[in-house]
Write a protein that binds this ligand. Sequence first.
Ligand SMILES: C[S@@+](CC[C@H](N)C(=O)[O-])C[C@H]1O[C@@H](n2cnc3c(N)ncnc32)[C@H](O)[C@@H]1O
Length: 275
Amino acid sequence: MNSTRVRRDRHAFYEVAVQGPDWDLDFLDRAFRARNGRDPVTFREDFCSTAALATAWAQRGPEHRAWGVDLDPEPLAWARRHRLPYVRDVAKRVTLVRADVRVAQKPRVDVACALNFSWWVFHERADLVAYLRAARAGLADGGVLVLNAFGGVRAERPLSERTRKRASSAPDGSPVPAFTYVWQQARFNAVNRRLLAWIHFEQKDAPRMARAFVYDWRMWTLPELREAALEAGFREFDVYSEGWDAKRRTHTGVLHRRVNLDNDDCWIAYCAAYR
Ligand SMILES: C[S@@+](CC[C@H](N)C(=O)[O-])C[C@H]1O[C@@H](n2cnc3c(N)ncnc32)[C@H](O)[C@@H]1O
């Protein structure tokens, strides 16, 4: 069923540029298992876009089922066209739902997530709490919601980062050419903590895909998220971030629970809210 057409669309580039489903799912598994002493089997990917995580979850085993929720029909259609037909029987265990994540979903699941900072789309606290309440209502007893955030003094300012990505393949098997992923923070407003950011994709011999994705986010702080989560009814809230290997000057790939986090540079935190 492999298509021979080269995939040069923004979703294919996005997945290669910023997503690492297995690494994320390993952490979700671990966060749930630590509290419940068993493996989670049901999962909901809020803000799922092309459902990369939801599908990777269902691929973990015949018991695993996943739901993906997104407001926008366009990425859901992309997932139905370019992903689900290529995972055979697994597709039966993935349900895509077009809905606002502020509406509680059924069935209640073991694990849910809002990754790549998607929840920063909410600018007002009332909207954030409404989302957290709905996410909690859609969790089974003992369930966990994982959200990530970034920050640090080097993050709260205009910047542009370029990362070269090797040629790879899309979920439908078609080749994705090598490209450069550009993350550009255009403006950060300290008064309301709004961040305007863009993703651009650049390839040799092809027009630049400027502003392929546009983000108007509120950079919520970790204590703001903790307080909103507790107000929404979550019992506990833990913060994790990756270890740092000082010798090699690189992250270790392992998330550790933190009660202190250095704000000097730039950090990414994974927050686990327990129902
Ligand atoms: C940055 S993408 C997330 C992609 C992917 N989940 C990831 O981890 O990289 C954000 C997605 O959130 C969706 N979205 C924004 N507001 C939403 C809402 N209120 N309810 C459901 N989906 C929403 C958008 O349509 C978009 O597909």
